[in-house]
Ligand binder design. Structure first.
Ligand SMILES: C[S@@+](CC[C@H](N)C(=O)[O-])C[C@H]1O[C@@H](n2cnc3c(N)ncnc32)[C@H](O)[C@@H]1O
Length: 225
């Protein structure tokens, strides 16, 4: 799993312990993913999971789009809150390009009792997001973007059509381990440049209200006006 930028091990442990214990399905997902080796860093941290759950609660999320599912930690976290709030009416559109990851995530959705609330959309999410913009226009309460960084702007533009007014965007990794603050890295790396340009664009974009936060590896929040 990832950890918050700039926090040492003591503070990371403090933050973790200050949150409530993870649901057993989330704990199982984290343990499974840790055993995958280096790639486990793609998974959000438990404290980010708690943050996502609070965001879902604040917007009373019933319809959610997640772009970047991996082994299912973030989707399971949000689904637990969504189902508590809305029961069977809750629905999360889970978008990922990798079929193996859906198989893995399904184990934890099953364990959490939320598989019935998931609509799996396997494929390139740049296409899926455009489809959802025509399928569920103005209907999503929350969109969590945690996939290929170079396409974040595509997800932003499609997501604006999918979100309801007052709906919430969460873009993960907008600090990119600090690289976004280094002009040379912005010039030399496509992902770093894309994250920097999106943050600049959203700051000036009158279609949304926004807050750039340093939670985890940076979460850019924006609500549709
Ligand atoms: C950082 S991981 C997501 C982590 C996940 N949110 C979690 O909490 O564990 C990024 C995911 O995006 C997916 N991905 C990357 N590019 C994609 C694309 N163009 N379309 C759909 N999914 C993509 C990858 O397969 C991977 O599962």
């Amino acid at each position: 799993m990832s950890r918050s930028i700039g926090l040492d091990e003591t503070l990371t442990a403090y933050v973790r312990n200050a949150n409530r214990a993870e649901h057993p399905a989330l704990e199982a997902c984290r343990t499974f993913t840790d055993n995958m080796g280096q790639i486990s860093r793609m998974q959000i941290s438990p404290e980010q999971g708690a943050f996502l759950q609070m965001c879902a609660r604040l917007v009373q999320a019933r319809t959610v789009v997640e772009i970047g599912v991996f082994t299912g930690y973030s989707s399971t976290a949000m689904l637990l809150t969504m189902k508590e709030l809305h029961g069977e009416a809750a629905k999360l559109y889970a978008c990922d390009i990798n079929a193996d990851y859906f198989r893995q995530a399904t184990r934890f959705w099953d364990q959490a009792g939320v598989t019935g609330q998931v609509d799996m959309r396997q494929g390139d999410a740049t296409e899926t997001a455009k489809q959802l913009a025509t399928e569920i226009p103005g209907q999503a309460d929350l969109i969590f973007v945690d996939a290929d960084k170079a396409n974040y702007d595509t997800y932003y533009e499609a997501g604006l059509a999918i979100l309801r007014p007052g709906g919430l965007f969460l873009f993960d990794n907008v600090l990119w381990s600090g690289d976004v603050a280094d002009p040379r890295k912005r010039e030399g790396d496509r992902d770093t440049a894309a994250l920097y340009q999106l943050a600049e664009k959203i700051r000036e974009d009158e279609r949304v209200d926004m807050a750039f936060t340093a939670i985890g590896d940076g979460i850019l929040m924006a609500t549709k006006r």
